[in-house]
Ligand binder design. Sequence first.
Ligand code: NDP
Ligand code: HSE
Length: 438
Amino acid sequence: MKPIQVGLLGIGTVGSGTFNVLTRNQEEIRRRAGRGIEITMVADLNVERAREIVGDRARVVADAREIIANPEIDIVIELIGGYGIARALVLEAINAGKHVVTANKALLAVHGTEIFAAASAKGVMVAFEAAVAGGIPIIKALREGLTANQVQWVAGIINGTTNFILSEMRDKGLDFDVVLKEAQRLGYAEADPTFDIEGVDAAHKATLMSALAFGIPVQFDKAHVEGITKLAAADIRYAEQLGYRIKLLGIAKRRDDVGGIELRVHPTLVPAKRLIANVEGAMNAVMVQGDAVGTTLYYGKGAGSEPTASAVIADLVDITRLHTADPDHRVPHLAFQADELRDTPVLSIDQVRTAFYLRLRVADQKGVLSSITSILAASDISIDAVLQRESNEGEHQTDVIILTHETQEGAMRAALAQMQALPTVLAPIVSLRKEELA
Ligand code: NDP
Ligand code: HSE
């Protein structure tokens, strides 16, 4: 059978990895797919650089629409990124009857509903394994491997750049800016690295996982998003002393008690003994808890050229195998049949329940601790542990660290406002969420 023909839009970090791996492992992939898979056309703004990568193995064009217009092309891979031209090209490719593979989590988290609907109407597939956790097959796990389960929660380190920054800062004492530049050099960071460090990229991925886990539409605008830019080295150290590591986690949790879904990204204290707390560098890991299977963990490279290419090519193989199948018999894009998605609400952050880590800079005088703990008690917030740093000689202030048991975020915010107003609290209180992930 003639090889399936693929057009590649964008041959940057992931695009070049995809071209190279597909070329290198061509024969093995053909044996798995049942048919050869060839990238026969490549579009990139930088035509010269693209030609250097592909040589004479594919036709290089500057205009991506030449690929979409080519009737010989069966599958279009979008590896340009962003919401702008990428959205237009993906929709045009779908309308031209092409299957689409993309690693673009930003596009799908924001415009997924429109894109999946367009694909269903045209009977084509949109595959996005590379969009979450790079090379880890977490989409496949959520969509197929765990299909028997009611998923309880998903929690993951799903941004390599921020995990790399947190690890390097903790282990080598390097500055934030230095480590960010290195992450950019290594090809982990997004074109706009604020998406990484402010938690937006992780929230795009958590949004996609929430849809797959709970059968809800993709709703990035409902996600609560906090990044790592306000994290202080002191909190990383105190967390260690208390037996925790701080990780930027993307969390999606079913809350049957209130009939909603928590969807949030924020720095999180995780017990140091958990495997996920020991995931370092640009590595990613996702934990999924299902009612039948219990807790599962998926680990691997979440970014970079060939790890991400591995996921892109897995999608190419899937599509090649299913190319001629009746569209009704394909695995649905978001794991649940399109007409079975529910409007279970995504909860506001005030309704979220977590334990907390608090750091208060206080005057070192009598009665300070009791004034703080009485506010917590009056707010029905139970204390799990307290740590008070000895003040240095001649210093009249100190840090008090409090770990609480689980409480509702709204109650904690009200208590924080009261504590902040105490004259003995000398600086803005640091509050971080804590998860046991058991
Ligand atoms: P790059 O910036 O390295 O590559 C994008 C490529 O697209 C560049 O070569 C760019 O050319 C080209 N391009 C831009 N506009 C057009 C256009 N209109 N037509 C054709 N080509 C165009 O990005 P990445 O490879 O890092 O990322 C690609 C996608 O994969 C993004 O959605 C990203 O979020 C996602 N992703 C990336 C991962 C990674 O580790 N890097 C991991 C997982 C997902 P030029 O450089 O000349 O602008
Ligand atoms: N910028 C992303 C990261 C790339 O650092 O994880 C992978 O999606």
